[in-house]
Write a protein that binds this ligand. Structure first.
Ligand SMILES: *Cc1c(COP(=O)(O)O)cnc(C)c1O
Length: 360
């Protein structure tokens, strides 16, 4: 047994040994405002009808390998252009992993903005590809000059752009995004995880480019527990990615549940509308506080900075009062003393604000 450490050291890839595990904070008993979940569940009557459908599912059988009926429903609800193909992932995280694997080769580089969604870097490093983070401007807008010179220098196989961006909450300028797509030698993955809240999209522009893929997820709109993401683009790209997709990656319960709720998507739409209203209220109340700097958001979360008290103190002070949000201090110099709060129910938002006021 003493040799297990040596064997692991010898055989596990050094990049993986050097990685930190993805940390998920323990949220038991807390008001959970850290992970951009939709705080609302379904009406009781709808849940009953859902359970009746699940009762018919044969879990002894493998699921539909291509999730055909679900693909059709998603195409309709997300208005995917007819000539474009799609591939589904067990969350969009899995789609990032698929495309990162498919294009991975020694001496290649993938690019994302910095700050941005942490999985772009983590997955790039796990597939042994170099990662280049390109700094945003002070106001979190894209810096076209920095981006274009990084493209020129690194000739990236993939550029990941979150539209809107996480954790900053803003939408990048569409014209600058377009220039980046045109300048990119490889593929641009436009991650529209917050599309439901921003209403802005490049989905209708897929036909204008030969190197654009648009990614969506159902996680932020109310189905985080299902794990379902989608990548849309020209069949030439998608059919290659589909070769490395594990055959039954979307399980049978996720398929049936997503089909069921998408047939009633007006329920989710109403929840999203409510969240957008609550976000605007929460933004205004945060903006009224002294010693807090707040950024407007096209998502279901709000980025803010504590200008006098250390961000760490705010994070731990809120936690002591039973409120869990995300501490971003230490992630990037632009995020010094910054925190990210997910928009919850009206009641949760008030609890958060009261707890925050106690600390200021
Ligand atoms: C949350 C998030 C994802 C991950 O979504 P899943 O579908 O739950 O894996 C992807 N991209 C961005 C920008 C996100 O914020």
């Amino acid at each position: 047994m003493g040799s297990v450490v040596n064997k692991v050291k010898r055989w596990v890839k050094p990049v993986i040994q050097a990685m930190q595990p993805y940390h998920v904070a323990d949220a038991s008993g807390m008001v959970k405002l850290d992970a951009m979940e939709n705080p609302y569940t379904w009406p009781e009557e709808l849940k009953q009808r859902w359970l009746v459908e699940l009762k018919e599912v044969d879990v002894n059988r493998y699921p539909d390998a291509h999730a055909g009926p679900l693909q059709e429903k998603l195409r309709e609800v997300m208005a995917i252009p007819e000539n474009m193909s799609i591939v589904l992932g067990n969350g969009s995280d899995e789609l990032i992993q698929m495309i990162a694997m498919a294009l991975a080769q020694t001496d290649r580089t993938y690019i994302a903005t910095d700050p941005s969604f942490a999985m772009y870097r983590a997955i790039t490093e796990a597939v042994d590809v170099k990662f280049k983070g390109v700094s945003l401007n002070d106001d979190f807008s894209l810096n076209p000059d920095l981006m274009l010179s990084a493209i020129d220098q690194h000739q990236p196989a993939i550029i990941f752009l979150a539209y809107p961006n996480n954790p900053t909450g803003n939408l990048f300028d569409a014209k600058v995004v377009e220039n980046i797509i045109q300048a990119a030698p490889g593929v641009v993955v436009l991650d529209e995880a917050y599309h439901a809240f921003s209403g802005r999209s490049f989905m209708t522009r897929l036909n204008d480019f030969d190197n654009l893929l648009v990614m969506r997820t159902l996680s932020k709109s109310g189905l985080a527990g299902l794990r379902l993401g989608l990548l849309a683009g020209p069949n030439e790209w998608i059919s290659e990615l589909d070769k490395i997709r594990l055959p039954y990656n979307i399980n049978i319960l996720s398929q049936r549940t997503a089909e069921f709720i998408l047939a009633h998507h007006e329920i989710l739409d109403a929840q999203i509308q409510q969240i957008c209203q609550s976000r605007d209220t929460l933004y205004a109340l945060l903006a009224d506080l002294n010693d807090i700097q707040v950024w407007s958001s096209a998502t279901n979360f709000i980025l803010f900075r504590s200008t006098i008290k250390p961000g760490d103190d705010i994070y731990h002070g809120l936690k002591k009062q039973g409120i869990l949000i995300k501490n971003l201090h230490g992630n990037h110099q632009l995020l010094a003393q910054c925190l990210r709060v997910t928009v919850g129910t009206e009641d949760e938002n008030i609890k958060f604000l009261d707890a925050l006021k106690n600390l200021l």
